[in-house]
Structures are given as C-alpha cells and as structure tokens.
Design a protein around this ligand. Sequence first.
Ligand SMILES: Nc1ncnc2c1ncn2[C@@H]1O[C@H](COP(=O)(O)OP(=O)(O)O)[C@@H](O)[C@H]1O
Ligand SMILES: [Mg+2]
Length: 386
Amino acid sequence: MFVTDLALTDFRSYENVVLSLEPGVTAFVGQNGQGKTNLVESIAYLSTFSSHRVAGDAALVRAGAARAVVQAKVQRDERPTLLELEIVAGRANRARLNRSPVRPRELLGQLRTVLFAPEDLALVKGDPDGRRRFCDDLLTLLGPRMAGVRTDYERVVKQRNALLKTAAAARRAGSAGDIRTLDVWDAKAAATGAQLLAARVRLLRDLRPHVQHSYEQVSSGQSLAELTYRASVNNDADEPLPEDELTRPDVVEAALLEAMGRLRSREIERGVSLVGPHRDDVELVLGGLPAKGYASHGESWSYALALRLASYQLLTTEGSWDGDGEPVLILDDVFAELDSRRRDRLAELVSPAQQVLITAAVAEDVPAALTGARLDVAEGTVSRAD
Ligand SMILES: Nc1ncnc2c1ncn2[C@@H]1O[C@H](COP(=O)(O)OP(=O)(O)O)[C@@H](O)[C@H]1O
Ligand SMILES: [Mg+2]
C-alpha cells in the first residue's frame, strides 16, 4: 500500500498543507525545525494513533488551535481509501472513512506503517515500557481488535490500582476493606491481561526468525539475535510457565489469578498491581548476552533496526490480511545516526519497499541507493525540488 495524498490542518506547525505522494522513495529535505518530522509523524499517527515523540496528543494540535485534522488517501490493491482523523487534545478523536463517520478504531488497519527513528535506540537501551509499546503497536497493526484489549486492560489496571490504594487506606485505619470488589477486579485484570500477554508471546514467536535474519543482514555479524518474553507472572512462581504455555490465554489467566492471590498483601501494601503484562519485558539477547548493558552502540543500532525491519517483513508476509498488507516505511532522520556500513545496508534493505518516506537535514544524508522524489521543507512549506 502507499499514501497518494496528505492534507494537514492545524497539525503541529502546519496551519494548512496539502501534498501528493508517489510510490517508491520520497525524501523530505530541510534544515532542523522546518517541519519534516511533523509531516511523517502525521502519517504514522493515522496508522497507529500514537506518536514516536509524545505520549499524549496535545502537542499534535497546532499551538492556539482547537483541533488538528489529518487526511490521507491510501492506495491498496488498486482501491483508494480516504482516511480522516480529527484530533482534539484530551478528548476522543473523531474519524471518517471514505467520508462516512466511523469509530476511530475502524481506521486502524487501513493504513499500515513502520517507522524508524533515532528514538528506536531506546528499544534496546531503554526501559521495558518502550519494548512493551513496540509489541502492542505491532499487534494493533496486525489485528486492530487488539487496540480494544489494550485499552480495556489499561483501564482495568487503573481501576484496580485505585482499589488497592483504598484497601491500603482501610487497612491503615484498621478495617478489612472491601475485598470482594477486589476479587472482581482481579478476575477482569486476569482475563484481559491474559489475552494481551498471550498475543504478545505469539507475536514474539512469529517475529523471532525475522529478527534473527534482519540482524544478520544489517550487521553481517556472527552474533545471534534472540528475544525472550519475561512475564512478571513467572516471578517467584513455583512452576514458571514455558513460552508455549504463555501463548494460551486460559493458562495465563489462571496463572495471573494465582499470582494475584499470592501477592495480594504486598499489592495492598504498595497500592499498585504487581503482576500482569504491564510489568513484563522483552529481553533482547545478542550472542548469549543481554543487549541492554552489553551491546556496543553500533550493535544496539543494528538490533533496533532489526526490530523495525522484522516488523516490516512480518506485516508484509502475514497471511490473515485481505490483500496488500505491505506497510509504508518511514525513516525519520535515521541515516545521520548510522555509520556508513549500516547506512548502506539499511538503504539496500528498504529500497524494494512499495513506499519509503525519508526525512533528512541534507540531501547527502540520503544514501544513493534510495533515489526517488525529493521535497524541500522550509518554514512549513513543502515544494518539489526538481
Ligand atoms: N503543536 C505545535 N504547534 C506549533 N508548532 C509546533 C507544534 N509542535 C511542534 N511545532 C514546531 O514544529 C517545529 C519542529 O518541526 P519538526 O517537524 O520536528 O522539524 P524537523 O524538520 O527538524 O523534523 C518546531 O519549530 C516546533 O516548534
Ligand atoms: Mg525531524
């Protein structure tokens, strides 16, 4: 699939911009702060409802404006689809699909993107939440239904934490608190948490060969890149569940309930939910050692690139999609971060993709293997360079 048209209204620095795009490579070139990332961020946001730069959506709305609108026309299997999303800070988004109002969630899956950015290094070097988000964003692209499971689970954990805090206060005041309500929330957290957790483990299993292969391709190194799901439900468990069992929601649900029972006193003491997918991690291993803390800067970059390339391959090859599932590739300022070998490798690997959108401060940062259209971005205006 590829994006043929993009229109932004009050998105980030853009009051109004309209552009047409072509399949193949397009490079957005311009000095820092001119609005290159803002353009590609809007496309990625339309596909995942999340930004690689900010957690909330307030910063996406142009300062002083009430709402931002992103419109894109996507070509897939010869069929054009028009996606429109209205972003109102702190409120629910509004969406239209081919001009008919729909629930925003129905846009998910219409446009698939994989974005590479300097922030990806944190996937390897940073905290577990980045790796969890990586899994969950990819799950959402593979099957939009997961978006619902994800928000349900977040809501349940929030409510459960509030209840644990109330129970803690009750305990301090010398009363028993309302334990029965807590049981209800344990059950909800275990049921939705198990779905999310099992889906992540299945995802990792599917992703693993692609990651290994991609790592070999970018690094031309001998080290084997492996990933292991670290489930908090297995911490201090008498019989930790092996990976196969973790792919079964029913088994995971029972294990989560058991763990919550075991940890109840500690959870009330701390006032937070201590077990579940929100406390899990994905361990990235390189040549038998954890990448985090052991891998060199270059190796960490190779690993981060391998995760994104593997996502691209999985989305492209994954069967359940009706038709052309190949995502649009977005490379936001990544080439400047890489040494020349990794830069050339990456260029070679992404060049066959149906659509590649690149941002770079100077044209020289775009490897020669990626010839295509060039758009100059300066002070919020976008113009053809040729
Ligand atoms: N919500 C917003 N309202 C107005 N301007 C914004 C908003 N968010 C970002 N900007 C401006 O956008 C510019 C950065 O654009 P960006 O696309 O990141 O630049 P680059 O070309 O370096 O990728 C900055 O000048 C920033 O102040
Ligand atoms: Mg930028």
